[in-house]
Unconditional design. Structure first.
Length: 181
């Protein structure tokens, strides 16, 4: 298993206070993409984690989950399934609406994105309230996929998202977390 320096990755994440609204400590993962050691470290760790897990595809959430997910899919020699914001996919879709920290959103997936029983992981950059990830899992379950795990770079456990996801029966893995900050 790939050894990862979680503290290095955590320290590579920029914190932006009061964005997008007062009182929010925004965890900006774009700085990880500017740090070759952090970028390679977290991607290698995720690829190693999912090798040999009999996965059929990797699903990623719009938009940063695309960057992470497609790279993991490439590393595992698997297809990538995008889960997009409403109105962005050109073919027939199913959709789910969910609550965000700052409002409401809807995501969609193509109806032919996978086959019943296909095993997958679902990736995004961050787990906050869990709404986006749970909506994505609901979409995949409707298509009868089997979700092996959900993964993110960052978990914000104080916001309760990872607990909600686990309570729904989905294992959660995050490279690092920011708690009580």
């Amino acid at each position: 298993m790939h050894s990862i320096d979680k503290d290095y990755i955590r320290n590579a994440i920029r914190t932006v206070p009061d964005w997008p609204q007062k009182g929010v400590m925004f965890r900006d993962i774009t700085t990880i993409f500017q740090d070759a050691k952090a970028l390679r470290g977290f991607l290698d760790a995720l690829i190693q984690r999912y090798m040999g897990r009999d996965l059929k595809f990797v699903a990623g959430l719009d938009a940063r989950g695309f960057l992470i997910g497609v790279t993991i899919a490439y590393g595992l020699n698997l297809p990538f399934v995008p889960i997009r914001k409403k109105g962005k996919l050109p073919y027939k879709t199913i959709s789910r609406s969910y609550e965000l920290e700052y409002g409401q959103e809807t995501i969609e997936i193509h109806i032919d994105a996978c086959k019943p029983g296909d095993r997958c992981i679902v990736v995004d950059d961050l787990i906050a309230t869990g709404g986006t990830m749970l909506a994505a899992c609901d979409l995949l379950k409707e298509l009868q996929a089997e979700i092996v795990e959900v993964a993110a770079i960052v978990d914000l456990p104080d916001l309760g998202g990872s607990k909600k996801i686990r309570d729904k029966g989905y294992p959660v893995f995050a490279i690092c977390e920011f708690e009580g900050e």
